[in-house]
Design a protein around this ligand. Structure first.
Ligand code: AP5
Ligand code: MG
Length: 194
């Protein structure tokens, strides 16, 4: 079973590469950002609570995110492998995920960390802002999102390095080039675990 986490700062290509990966490796995709934006669009209580954090580039409180995960765990952690995108984002979330995964008798295979310069990710997000409709795709909020990533999310690199699961992928270049690097890392994992 292939269970992946795609990890990286805003705009590094987590969502883009997840869509390629679910096709190639037949995985279920869970993006907490996509779920929150969907909740916001349909005007649910969760969406309304999350809005102010998303708009300011801050993390939504763990209690909300963990409830979202538990609500969906049965659908995501199943016979197909999964790919988590934008989750976990801090140690509390990572520890909760480890617990859920153990309860389901499975494990995380790899954490794929996309490494992109701040200049490049800002360029990508500002280009996307022309039609994304995302309130957090402004230069000011991107700066805040990067800051939050460095302070709260980056420490997880060490958490997964210690578990021997971390692979850093050079995230610059075209979407296809990055996808080839990710695929090579996964194929290598599959070969050496069979
Ligand atoms: P989330 O939705 O997770 O956003 P993010 O991490 O900031 O990342 P993005 O979705 O902006 O970028 P991405 O890495 O997916 O890149 P993409 O593929 O789109 O989170 C948003 C907010 O929700 C958070 O700030 C927080 O408030 C809340 N939230 C979500 N999860 C949470 C959690 N677990 N806990 C607490 N709060 C949470 O690519 C970006 C652009 O670049 C696209 O236009 C794409 O086409 C383009 N692109 C991609 N790859 C390339 C390439 N190689 N070359 C050129 N362009 C490229
Ligand atoms: Mg995304």
């Amino acid at each position: 079973m292939l269970n992946l986490i795609i990890f990286g700062a805003p705009g590094t290509g987590k969502g883009t590469q997840s869509l390629n990966l679910i096709e190639k490796y037949n995985l279920v995709h869970l993006s907490t950002g996509d779920i929150l934006r969907e909740e916001l669009k349909t005007g649910t209580e969760i969406g309304l609570k999350a809005k102010k954090y998303i708009d300011e580039g801050l993390l939504v409180p763990d209690s909300i995110i963990i409830d979202l995960l538990f609500d969906r765990a049965d659908k995501i952690i199943g016979p197909k492998g999964f790919i988590f995108d934008g989750f976990p984002r801090n140690t509390v979330q990572a520890e909760e995920l480890d617990k859920v995964v153990v309860e389901k008798n499975t494990s995380i295979s790899l954490v794929l960390h996309l490494d992109v310069t701040e200049e490049e990710l800002t360029k990508r997000i500002l280009l996307r802002s022309q039609n994304s409709g995302r309130a957090d795709d402004t230069e000011e909020v991107v700066k805040k999102r990067v800051e939050v990533y460095i302070q709260q999310t980056m420490p997880l690199l060490d958490y997964y390095r210690k578990q021997g699961k971390l692979i850093t992928i050079h995230g610059m270049g075209t979407i296809d080039e990055v996808f080839s690097r990710i695929s090579a890392a996964i194929d290598n994992y599959i070969t050496s675990n069979n």
